[in-house]
Design a protein around this ligand. Structure first.
Ligand code: MTE
Ligand code: MO
Length: 219
C-alpha cells in the first residue's frame, strides 16, 4: 500500500517530525538508566490513548488477516487470526512511551508472547535483528534481544476488547521498553534477519535503539 506515503497532509506531518529530530526537540539531557522513575525523562502522563500513524488506516478483517514469520528460522510460518488465537495466550500490563512525549500507564493486553512465538519458529543462532512490516507500508526494526524480552507481545486485545482498527487491530506488536514507534500496528510480517535494516522513522532521523530512559529519541 505505497499510496499511504503520498498526499500533502502526510508529507507535512512527516516533515514536521523530521524537523523535531533535527532540532532535538524534547531532549532533557537527564538519563535515568536504572529506571528510578516510572515516567522516563521528558515524558508527560496522559489518560487517553492518542492515535499516531502515517494517516491511512488499513482495514483488515480478522478473516483476511495473515501474519508471516519469515527469515532465518527453522519453521517459517503463516498465521491466520484463528491460529494466532490458538497459540499460548498471555495477559500483560505495561506502560506506553511515545517519542512525541506522551506516556500512558497500565495498558492491559492479551496476545502471544514474543518468546512463545520464537519457541515455535526457532530463529537460528545467526539472527541479530527482527524487522517488522505493516499493512500501511510502515516498517521498523529491533535487535533480537530487544524482541526476545519477556514483556514483548503480538497483541490482539486491549483492556479485554479486540484491538481497535485505529490502534493497529486486528494485531499489533507491543514492545513496552522502547519508544512506541517500535511497536508496529497492523503487522503483516515479522522477519528474523542476520542484519539490521532501519525502518520508516529510523531512516528519518529517529534513533535506532529507542530507549526512553536514556532519551534515545533521535539519531
Ligand atoms: N503500521 C504502523 N505502525 C505504527 C505506526 C504507523 O504509522 N504505522 N506509527 C508508530 C508510532 S510513531 C507510534 S507512536 C505508535 C502509535 O500507536 P497508537 O496509535 O496505537 O497510539 O504506533 C507505531 N506503529
Ligand atoms: Mo510515535
Amino acid at each position: 500500500m505505497t499510496q499511504s506515503f503520498s498526499g500533502k497532509i502526510k508529507d507535512k506531518l512527516i516533515a514536521a517530525k523530521r524537523k523535531w529530530a533535527e532540532d532535538g526537540r524534547l531532549l532533557t539531557g537527564t538519563a535515568d538508566e536504572k529506571h528510578e522513575n516510572r515516567l522516563p525523562p521528558g515524558q508527560r502522563l496522559v489518560k487517553d490513548w492518542p492515535v499516531l500513524d502515517l494517516g491511512i488506516t488499513p482495514h483488515i478483517s480478522p478473516d483476511a488477516f495473515e501474519l508471516s514469520i519469515t527469515g532465518e528460522v527453522e519453521n517459517p510460518l503463516i498465521l491466520d487470526f484463528e491460529r494466532l488465537l490458538d497459540l499460548p495466550n498471555v495477559q500483560a500490563k505495561n506502560d506506553i512511551h511515545c517519542v512525541t512525549s506522551w506516556s500512558r500507564y497500565d495498558n492491559h493486553w492479551h496476545g502471544v508472547s514474543a518468546l512463545a512465538l520464537a519457541d515455535i519458529v526457532k530463529p537460528t543462532k545467526d539472527v541479530t535483528h527482527v524487522l517488522f512490516t505493516a499493512h500501511d507500508g510502515y516498517t521498523t526494526n529491533v535487535r533480537i534481544d530487544q524482541f526476545l524480552d519477556d514483556d514483548v507481545l503480538i497483541a490482539h486485545h486491549w483492556e479485554g476488547e479486540p484491538l481497535t482498527e485505529e490502534h493497529g487491530g486486528p494485531v499489533r506488536v507491543v514492545i513496552p521498553k522502547l519508544y512506541f514507534w517500535k511497536s508496529t500496528k497492523w503487522v503483516r510480517e515479522i522477519n528474523f534477519a542476520k542484519h539490521d535494516k532501519p525502518g520508516f522513522w529510523e531512516e528519518r532521523g529517529y534513533h535506532n535503539n529507542a530507549d526512553p530512559w536514556t532519551e534515545e529519541r533521535y539519531g
